[in-house]
Design a protein around this ligand. Sequence first.
Ligand SMILES: [Zn+2]
Length: 305
Amino acid sequence: MNPIMFHYFHGDYGNHKPCQGSMSANHLEQIIQHQKIRVLDVDEWVFKLSNGTLQDCETCLTFDDGIREQWDIALPVINAFDIKANFNLCSFQFSKEKDNFEIYRHFRNYYFEDLEDYYEEYFSQCVIYFKKSNLETPTDINFSNYLPNSTFYTLQDRKFRYYRDEILKENHFLILDEMLKKQKIDTVKLEKKLWIKKEEVKDLALQGHEIGLHTHQHPTNLDKWGYARQQDSFLKNQAVLESIIGKKIRHCAYPCGKKNDHTLRLMKEIGVKYAYSAHDYDFDGDLLNIPRIDCTDMLKKLNIK
Ligand SMILES: [Zn+2]
């Protein structure tokens, strides 16, 4: 069975509000204890995958982005079951560089009634932006065909991602920054609450969890980046994380599962042995293209409510 990919958690500790795709500690416990699966330590899972001895019921746990709630909500659970998991982290948050990536998500989650409300504001800002830039607002696109592998996306989710990744690209952030400005949000203060801290990353590694690369800045369109830009991002990510944990990193998750031939070449050059996609498909023997199942799909599969 493919590794399970986790992002968001909700729960009282740390006061984490539910959001799209978020899970509770109880969901995680139910997955771990489910009779149809067996959760292995990530090292054992990749070892068995590599030598072809993996059983159908055997999976492992992977957590992406290094966000706070994984430390607050998920880590106590996996440590209670003595499971060693994989944490793929971006690293701009440990450097002087700024990126509002997680601020945007927090903003979306805490400053709007619901996601529809957020999308409404986003799309209306887009219309303003299109007008200002003398661009046509797209009207004839069938968003329901976009990202067919992500079965849990709504039509608006698909439209949002299409606008973000196919139309606006870097300008997507101009739209979000406009929205933040409108709400007068102190991003410097907010940022401190959103990430797993440096010393905690070190602690994760000391506890035996496997730290993985995830690029320095977490682009959502890595597949459109050239070699030099990707090299810069992965080398920074590797240098920052390896200096925190004091050992060589062998795992990587491609941000949003996006990659191209430059990415694969880089993985080999920087010594990554196991790299994870963000999509669920049959493993084809390529250790740099390991499929994963999203935790929300896993809940459905196991019929966990
Ligand atoms: Zn990510």
